[in-house]
Write a new protein. Structure first.
Length: 134
């Protein structure tokens, strides 16, 4: 267990920093679109999600999960990343909708929804999308 933590810790920290940057990009974009520009909820969420996706992919590939040789080619990584992101987007929209229906404020619901995908994304990135060639 200790050796697993030693391997995961630096990468996990980089993932969390990358994710924090993507989170900030996505959340601030969402707030501006939804609160300042009065965009419809799901439009604001979808556009902000795309902004966060771009930041996340670039930081995770270039820094958090950087490898000398990836198992998947860059275009396959991007396609897999987008596929996962689309699943995440549907999940986030569902969570926000359900939470809003039970009177959770939208901005709080957005944070809760985003936090739900952090853990599973780390393992999908590490084991599949950004896996190293063996």
């Amino acid at each position: 267990m200790t050796s697993l933590l030693k391997v995961l810790s630096p990468q996990l920290l980089k993932y969390l920093i990358s994710g924090g940057s993507a989170f900030a990009t996505e959340y601030l974009t969402f707030v501006v679109l939804f609160k300042v520009l009065d965009a419809q909820l799901y439009v604001a969420n979808s556009l902000s999600f795309c902004a966060g996706l771009i930041v996340s992919f670039l930081l995770n590939r270039a820094w958090a999960f950087r490898k000398d040789s990836f198992r998947l080619k860059k275009q396959h990584q991007l396609a897999s990343y987008i596929g996962l992101a689309l699943c995440n987007l549907v999940l986030i929209n569902l969570i926000i909708g359900v939470l809003q229906a039970v009177s959770v404020p939208v901005l709080v619901g957005k944070i809760i929804a985003m936090m739900t995908i952090v853990v599973w994304n780390f393992f999908i990135f590490r084991l599949f999308i950004f896996a190293e060639t063996k």
